[in-house]
Design a protein around this ligand. Structure first.
Ligand code: CUA
Length: 164
């Protein structure tokens, strides 16, 4: 069978590229340990009342570190506190907050504006993300997974109070 010289070059080049891609994939998973994020834990969405999500809100872990447990549901976040009708997390300036979020009904989103927390909230799983709030102000949490008729109203806020 005759194969044109240039066609042969391209076959070799394509094979080399495939090899390089496979090597890069192998290196990132085996050498650098890159994985999809695992859920931080599992809960039975029907039995949240038997877990730490029974009493949503902040726990002070000391050293300006807080653990928040938040339940997402159609169409609100239960954060344990409400300010002017808006579910609220209130922390002092400089606080580091670890958000533990789960859903009691459908898939929701959890995005904290201006901070590096952007998660999917899936019933049965706990999503965990941590952010530090250095600037005082009010930061919105929004649901960015379409979850039904009230999706666009599903927000909460983080109030970061200035340190005196
Ligand atoms: Cu919850 Cu969209």
């Amino acid at each position: 069978m005759h194969i044109d010289k240039y066609e042969r070059y391209w076959m070799v080049a394509a094979a080399l590229m495939l090899g390089a891609f496979f090597a890069a994939l192998l290196a990132s998973s085996v050498v650098f340990g890159v994985h999809l994020p695992d859920p931080a834990g599992r809960v039975n969405p029907e039995k949240l009342s038997e877990t730490a999500f029974a009493t949503p809100g902040l726990r002070d872990m000391g050293d300006n570190h807080y653990e928040a447990h938040i339940v997402a549901q159609m169409w609100l976040y239960n954060t344990g506190e409400v300010v002017d009708g808006v579910p609220t997390i209130r922390v002092p300036q400089g606080a580091t907050v670890t958000f533990n979020v789960t859903s009691k009904d459908v898939t929701h989103g959890f995005y904290v504006e201006y901070h590096n927390v952007n998660m999917m909230i899936i019933p049965g799983l706990i999503s965990r993300g941590t952010a530090t709030f250095n600037e005082p102000g009010t930061y919105r949490i929004v649901c960015h997974e379409y979850c039904g008729n009230g999706h666009q109203n599903m927000t909460a806020q983080i109030i970061v109070e200035p340190s005196a």
